[in-house]
Design a protein around this ligand. Sequence first.
Ligand code: PHE
Length: 343
Amino acid sequence: METLLQQIEKYKTEIKDFVAQKSDEVESFRIKYLGTKGLVKEVMGEMKNVAADKKREFGQLLNEFKLFAEAKYDELKATTGNEQLAMDSSIDLSLPADPLPLGSRHPISLVRNQIVSIFQRLGFAVAEGPEIEDDWHNFTALNLPENHPARDMQDTFYISQNPDWLLRTHTSSVQVREMEKGNLPIRIICPGRVYRNETISARAHCFFHQVEGLYIAENVSFADLKQTLYFFVQEMFGKDVKVRFRPSYFPFTEPSAEMDISCLICGGSGCNVCKKTGWVEILGCGMVHPNLLENCGIDSTKYTGFAFGMGVERITMLKYQIKDLRLFSENDVRFLKQFTSAI
Ligand code: PHE
């Protein structure tokens, strides 16, 4: 027993002082001490010769010895691996890792966020609603009763299971939902995707994105509408851009107008984008029709309001001079990665 203990101590010193430079030296350490015919196993085998009353004490000692050898082996493995890498001159461990490719936001998201943030600064809150709508919120409540010819202005996708359901053709439906809640005054913008049954081309798509706005309070006037939209245009396109309003027709507003800005491409002198007129239309707007207020339970003798709606694709095309609407939905990374913005 005495000699066995001395033997173990001797092995332990050997193990402690063992140095390895290469991984095959580590492997010979493993074979010598921890292998199936290694010294740890051999010493363990001595258990059978130990007196019964000493077995417990001796067992503990052997176990410690085994753990000691294993710990040294782990340490050798960890350090030698690195030394080897460091010695291999083709690998520079001080180099920073390859950066992961960063994605970028979709141009439609960038421009939508920018539009939203401009109106938020004026106190507008964001409201959202479902893309599958019912006839009431998309048409009837908006002063477009059944068989009204103006329904043809927006080619609609209907859901075949239920003739009352459709894909919303504008986010005005969200405005109806907000008006129905009756928390006045209302000052909201409604960003979202809308659908129209159009043939896909460079200028039209069966889905696109809008930001519509609605302000209802006492004494809201057309002057408020104009001032709000002037502010928007200046923030979005800069101070030099000119603005004009043209009378128009929408069933949900009276009076109604369309707003044009001076062409960003040619600066007003006439090009293909503005069809040689120097102006491009960017949104529809007007004073909320009293019928709408009444349809949603709002007293039209007390409250007035304005509404406007714009297409995000159109504004993005003008801002980045993109000529084909289809690029937005083709998911070509070469196109998408060109757009960056602080927002
Ligand atoms: N809802 C209209 C459209 O989608 C836009 C609009 C909104 C016009 C509000 C006037 C007032 O074409």
